[in-house]
Design a protein around this ligand. Structure first.
Ligand code: HEC
Ligand code: HEC
Length: 259
């Protein structure tokens, strides 16, 4: 008797709990999501807006982060307009959005050659929150389904003299030199006329500086040829070069970079 009363009280309580959680779940989850957005907004406004602007449109206080004269042109680097939603340093195919890991990598590591500082002092939770906030700037994040990323499994022979020699042949055959120059100094015949998607002049990478924007590990170099750099004129070689050719090209790139 006693136990059946207890059981019925328990069942009723469980029932109320279910009803309550169904009623309040949208609010509860919204609060958690809202809290992350608040943190993301705070981090963005204190750490990123100075360059990327409060609206993420690239119009921060610092309009141009670097200037220099190369060849006969003045060269500038502009903070990215994040409302366009086009990203260079992805592990996903050309034209796709980057993965969460790609964004975490670039935000925490920074882009030394483009004067974007490292944010290694920012906690992972705050980096994730600021990325969620960055995603509110472009509707692409709501409209598109994520693409499958490539993986880069480096063969043991990468970096050998033989592989670098084969890589040099690929560099010549694929006409990388038209933009990057015969010796990889970023001064090929086309180098002075390349414009990025927003119409601003952009210089091809000078390999002899020894430092990629994405980061200079062999895997990062491999990803660059595989995915291309959206919005820059630097194409993807996923279709035109097989994996072995791309790894040979990595060996040659590392040689030009004196790594
Ligand atoms: C000192 C200026 C500066 C600050 C501060 C800065 N950035 Fe950047 N950021 C840049 C520049 C410049 C680029 C463009 C680099 C390029 O295209 O070569 C860039 C590019 C990016 C990109 C595009 C990466 C890609 O794959 O194309 C993202 C995302 C980004 N920044 C996020 C952030 C976030 C988030 C913060 C704050 C936590 C931040 N940035 C702080 C200057 C800055
Ligand atoms: C049409 C011109 C063009 C061609 C062809 C081209 N690139 Fe590029 N490449 C660029 C531009 C422009 C950039 C600079 C993008 C930036 O700084 O944002 C670049 C950047 C790079 C980078 C540096 C990426 C980084 O993270 O900083 C590497 C490595 C590279 N290219 C290798 C190659 C190789 C190897 C080939 C041939 C298989 C090639 N490129 C063909 C225009 C070109």
């Amino acid at each position: 008797m006693q136990s059946s009363v207890t059981r019925s009280i328990c069942t009723r309580a469980a029932g109320y709990l279910i009803i309550l959680s169904v009623l309040f779940w949208p609010q509860l989850s919204k609060t958690a999501y809202g809290a992350e957005m608040d943190i993301g907004k705070k981090v963005f406004e204190s750490r990123c807006a100075i360059c990327h602007g409060f609206k993420g449109d690239g119009n921060g206080v610092i309009g141009i982060v670097e200037k220099g004269v190369v060849g006969d042109k003045l060269w500038s680097v502009y903070p990215r307009d994040l409302t366009v939603g086009v990203f260079k340093f992805r592990s996903t195919p050309s034209g796709c959005l980057p993965t969460q890991a790609d964004l975490e990598h670039i935000v925490s590591q920074g882009i030394t050659r483009a004067a974007m500082p490292s944010h290694k002092d920012v906690s992972k939770a705050d980096v994730d929150a600021v990325i969620e906030y960055v995603k509110t700037f472009s509707t692409r994040w709501k409209e598109e389904t994520p693409c499958k990323p490539f993986t880069a499994a480096k063969p043991t022979w990468v970096g050998s003299a033989e592989s670098a020699k084969k890589g040099q042949e690929v560099f010549e055959k694929m006409k990388c030199w038209e933009c990057h120059g015969k010796e990889g100094k970023g001064d090929g015949p086309k180098s002075q006329d390349i414009k990025d998607d927003s119409g601003k002049p952009i210089l091809p990478f000078n390999f002899t500086t020894g430092e990629l924007k994405r980061g200079s590990t062999p895997e990062n170099v491999y990803m660059t040829f595989t995915t291309g750099l959206d919005g820059t004129g630097m194409p993807s070689y996923e279709d035109s070069l097989n994996e072995e050719q791309r790894w040979n090209l990595v060996s040659y790139t590392l040689k030009l970079m004196k790594k």
